[in-house]
Design a protein around this ligand. Structure first.
Ligand SMILES: *Cc1c(COP(=O)(O)O)cnc(C)c1O
Length: 500
């Protein structure tokens, strides 16, 4: 009989600190052949430590195995469908990586002299031009580091424009179907937020909007398609109402993957919008990875764009810092350059027709999932879905099972959960964004899993309520994890050991 000496190592990986034993080394260095420096003398004794408390001591192979095992715990888009609504977790073509890792691009320093940066500047100029074309707007800044930062930049520009007209005004109107970052942005720029209730189709109520649009309103901030995945059918009328009152329209374009190649927001009357290059134009993101919140503006706002601006001087590119009306810099350097390179690679690899096809495929996939799941789950709004579909858990709640429970059960079926309990205007929301990069086979597997879970809810709700069953850690205390997160391991001191 084979004696099993350990339980499953992959699922029981201890902390690196727990693997440590004194004196183990993960490196070998030859003996020093120069006189040692007296660190205490060179740096001052108070700056030198002889020991790092709790520092893990493990061998090279233990280090490699430890981190490799941990890496297998991750769920990733390269493993399977990642249907987080609003996040656009699509496959990131490897050609983007190849281009971004080109030596001259990967190693370029942002403050190299202009004469050595012409290639990088050309890339920035080409991307600005492509995004202006895609959005139908006049100019683009690539400085903002992510979507919310793009919103902040855009609203700062609106404020600057209104100030030159003599009054920055007080309020920003935000529909309840907007992304949560929208009202947060308005507050950050010093405006108060007025919430506009959506009608039963998930759209803005024009009567309400006309009533609340006073001379105090600086802008209307709309997520389009909104967080229920619905395109605002009255967007032209909304822009007209705002413009008539001297207010501007900001569009949160993080969901632009539903519109690229089909709708150009500039032509609808949008004054300023951001794009999430890391979502729509495929940079690996999540876990706080680098992003880019490119902002496109109509002509009236161009004088206020962040400085510096790229300009053509004869046959070379140059940075212009002499912009008296600019809101100034919003970020060090010129933006997250690696993300910009990936976005341009993605755009150029696809071309106009390819981008349009990607959009159509994203819409098709979301509507395919919607059609497959409609018999098993309650649809939140009947209006046509764009790139994502939103259900409520109303039917399952009758059995005591909520959206979070269904999401946990989905883990047992090998899928990353969808977005849970967001948007807030849908009670018990299940928000699903499959993206265009998924095959019919993967979509069918996902739908089968969701339908199977709906059956379990009817027949054996306990099974779903206790999920996940297949993971090392089952249900965590999410409230405590959010309120009192412990994100750092601390060595047990003699005092704390005594207290234990
Ligand atoms: C993701 C998202 C944002 C925020 O973008 P970040 O890059 O995470 O700051 C804003 N609005 C919408 C609609 C989004 O989906």
């Amino acid at each position: 009989m084979i004696k099993k000496v350990s339980s499953h190592i992959v699922q029981n990986e201890p902390l690196v600190f727990e693997l440590s034993s004194p004196g183990k080394r993960g490196y070998q260095l030859p003996d020093l052949d120069v006189p040692p420096v007296d660190a205490a003398q060179a740096l001052g004794a108070e700056n030198v430590r002889s020991e790092i408390e709790g520092f893990p001591e493990i061998s090279e192979i233990e280090t490699i195995r430890h981190f490799t095992r941990l890496s297998t715990w991750n769920y990733a888009i390269d493993l399977g469908l990642y249907p987080l609504g609003s996040c656009t977790m699509k496959y990131n073509p490897r050609v983007n990586e190849l281009v971004a890792r080109t030596e001259g691009l990967a190693w370029a320093h942002p403050y190299q002299p202009e004469e050595f940066s012409q290639g990088c500047m050309e890339i920035i100029a080409a991307l600005e031009k492509a995004l202006a074309e895609i959005t139908g707007l006049d100019a683009v800044t690539l400085q903002p580091a992510a979507g919310a930062h793009g919103e902040f930049t855009g609203i700062l520009m609106i404020r600057a424009l209104l100030e030159t007209r003599g009054n920055p005004r007080k309020k920003i109107l935000v529909p309840d179907s907007a992304h949560g970052t929208n009202p947060a942005t308005a507050m950050m720029v010093g405006y108060t937020v007025e919430n506009i209730k959506s009608n039963n189709r998930g759209m803005v109520d024009l009567e309400v909007l006309s009533r609340v649009t006073t001379d105090d309103v600086a802008a209307f901030m709309i997520t389009n398609p909104n967080t229920v995945g619905v395109f605002e059918e009255n967007i032209r009328k909304i822009c007209a109402i705002m413009h008539e009152k001297g207010a501007l329209v900001y569009m949160d374009g993080a969901n632009m993957n539903a519109l690229v190649g089909i709708v150009r927001p500039g032509e609808l009357g949008i004054d300023v919008m951001h794009l999430n290059l890391h979502k729509t134009f495929s940079t690996p993101h999540g876990g706080g990875g680098p992003g880019s919140g490119a902002v496109a503006v109509a002509k009236v706002l161009t004088p206020f764009l962040p400085s510096p601006r790229l300009e053509r001087d004869g046959d070379r590119w140059t940075w212009n810092f002499d912009l008296p009306d600019s809101i100034g810099r919003v970020r060090a350097y010129y933006g997250n350059f690696g993300v910009l390179v990936r976005a341009l690679a993605y755009i150029m690899a696809h071309g106009g027709n390819g981008l349009r096809q990607a959009t159509l495929d994203a819409l098709l996939n979301a509507n395919y999932i919607r059609a497959l799941l409609e018999p098993s789950y309650d649809l939140a709004y009947r209006a046509p879905s764009m790139h994502e579909c939103v259900f409520s858990d109303d039917r399952q709640a009758k059995k005591g099972v909520r959206t979070g429970d269904i999401a946990k059960r989905l883990i047992d079926y090998g899928f990353h959960p969808y977005t849970v309990s967001f948007p807030l205007i849908v009670r018990g929301a299940l928000m699903i964004e499959p993206t265009e990069t998924e095959s019919k086979r993967e979509l069918d597997l996902f739908a089968d899993a969701m339908i199977s879970i709906a059956k379990e809810v009817e027949e054996n709700p306990e099974l779903v309520l206790k999920a996940p069953h297949s993971t090392l850690i089952r249900r965590v205390d999410e409230v405590t994890a959010a309120r009192r997160p412990i994100v750092r391991w601390k060595p047990q001191t003699k005092a704390s050991q005594a207290a234990d």
